[in-house]
Design a protein around this ligand. Structure first.
Ligand code: G3I
Length: 464
């Protein structure tokens, strides 16, 4: 939450900003394939249906413990036709102690997905992170046995249910070396552990697609070159690999690369499918929407780009929540990025049944004023902004104060003043600009009366 403080001192205003705290989805039963949804009039108005019309799936990471939330499950079921358990299939979740397997949470996601005819991506079998301590304590011989046992047990449990497995995740270093990342597997088993994992995986479930998955490999760079060379070698030697996952976690420090499509294409040209596996793009409004649209267009331009998975449904539960990187805001309202994705997929934004992001054509808002506290020398006011029948990405409202009142503090809004120091226009604090259709937010302020208790005049709320 952000708090803005504005003080008027002898005609001078000092401003500071503080960060105070930090369906009916039919088809899709064919593993590894995409089936068009049942033809209905609104067939291209959800992420799943629009992607399906282009022969792709549109998935999301899912956390089992949110499935009981109506809006979460409702948005999932309406908008997506593929799921990836966000944490529930990782080693620490399914085999916390050696050879003792626990599939309860992962099973919950698998059952939900199956009941809705959704595809399931398995994530992930061999990864240096979220690895229980007992694994890293093993010697080489034991570790090889444990790795192969883990792959075999987990894949056998889900045999026939998983379309694609991230068999090995994030095995290469960042930076310019192109080297393997240090991990118990790499350090004790050497370069061959990846090949061994893929061979064990193929032997266990020959029908599941087997993927290598990584981040910072989205453009052409030393890391992606290293992965490329590994995949090329695997294909040349007949090591079983079917797909490469590009996580695609983007933000201002790691933007969508200009050669994103070219990079996907060069991997596809090796004879593997490519998948966008953990997409999220920090930002908001038009800039975020443009980036999302470009990612979708890149996938569509590559024939073997078989689908896109976003790393979560709502900003509320994103691993990078403060960066608001997903397609639905914290109230499950559809963001401009959502519309951009649907449009890039050739669908029609605004008519879908998911979320409550608003279907109207004009961005509107209303502003309602309340005096929330009053004392001899001052009062607190609160203005509640409510979006109209369309989701909005920003708002502003002018307040005119009676002279000689001054405003000492504002919160949950960003104030600016006219030259007479009587009209304060308040805009979002940075986190509360985007509102789903009909959703509300409030900002507040403290006024020093200086002898006048007159209420401020609240001007028209303007939305965009
Ligand atoms: O469930 C516990 C909870 O009981 C506890 O109170 C809480 C306290 O920290 O932790 C909870 O577990 C957290 C878990 O997410 C579930 O929320 C872990 O601490 C936290 O480390 C874990 O983070 C996950 C992260 O992987 C771990 O590396 C994120 O949710 C998950 O989105 C993220 O996903 C990874 C992909 O698997 C691989 N690619 C990168 C991606 C983002 O880091």
């Amino acid at each position: 939450m952000f708090m803005s403080t504005t003080r008027i001192t002898r005609g001078r205003r000092l401003s500071r900003t503080h960060r105070a705290i930090g369906a009916g989805l039919a088809g899709f039963l064919a593993l590894g394939g995409v089936t068009a949804l049942a033809g209905t009039a609104d067939a291209a108005t959800t992420l799943a249906s629009a992607a399906s019309a282009k022969g792709r799936y549109f998935g999301t990471a899912v956390a089992a413990y949110h499935l009981g939330e109506t809006a979460y499950a409702g948005t999932l079921d309406t908008e997506f036709n593929s799921v990836t358990p966000e944490n529930e299939m990782k080693w620490d979740a399914v085999e916390p102690t050696r050879n003792s397997f626990s599939f309860t949470s992962a099973d919950q996601i698998v059952s939900h997905a199956q009941s809705k005819g959704m595809k399931i991506r398995g994530h992930t079998l061999v990864w240096h992170s979220q690895l229980p301590g007992w694994v890293s304590g093993l010697g080489a011989t034991d570790l090889r046995t444990a790795m192969n046992n883990h792959i075999t047990q987990v894949m056998t449990h889900y045999k026939g249910k998983i379309a694609a497995w991230d068999v090995v995740n994030e095995a290469f270093q960042d930076g310019g070396s192109g080297a393997r990342r240090s991990s118990p597997f790499q350090d004790k088993l050497g370069d061959g552990f990846i090949e061994e994992a893929f061979r064990t995986a193929r032997a266990t479930d020959p029908d599941a697609k087997l993927c290598y998955n990584d981040y910072n490999t989205d453009g052409v760079n030393a890391k992606s070159n290293a992965v490329y060379n590994m995949v090329k070698d695997f294909k040349a030697r007949g090591v079983p690999i079917d797909c490469v996952g590009f996580q695609s976690h983007f933000n201002s420090a790691s933007p969508v690369p200009s050669d994103y499509q070219a990079n996907l294409q060069r991997f596809a040209d090796l004879g593997v499918d490519v998948q966008i596996t953990e997409l999220d793009i920090e930002g908001s409004g038009t800039a975020q929407a443009t980036n999302y649209g470009n990612v979708v267009k890149a996938c569509l331009a590559v024939t073997r780009c078989t689908g896109i998975t976003v790393w979560g449904i709502t900003d509320k539960y994103s691993w990078r929540a403060s960066g608001t990187p997903l397609l639905f805001d914290s109230d499950y309202g559809k963001k401009p990025a959502y519309d951009a994705v649907i449009t890039a997929l050739g669908g029609t934004p605004g008519d879908g049944g998911g979320g409550d992001g608003g279907n109207g054509s004009t961005a509107t808002c209303t502003a309602t004023y309340t005096r929330t506290a009053d004392w001899d020398s001052g009062y607190n006011g609160q203005v509640t902004i409510k979006a109209g029948d369309k989701a909005i990405s920003s708002w502003s409202v002018p307040l005119t104060f009676a002279s000689p009142q001054t405003v000492s503090t504002t919160w949950n809004g960003t104030p600016s003043w006219d030259s007479t120091n009587t009209v304060m226009t308040v805009r979002p604090a940075g986190w509360n600009g985007q509102l789903a259709a009909g959703a509300s937010t409030s900002f507040g302020f403290t006024v020093t009366k200086n002898g006048s208790s007159t209420a401020p005049v609240i001007g028209a709320c303007t939305a965009s």
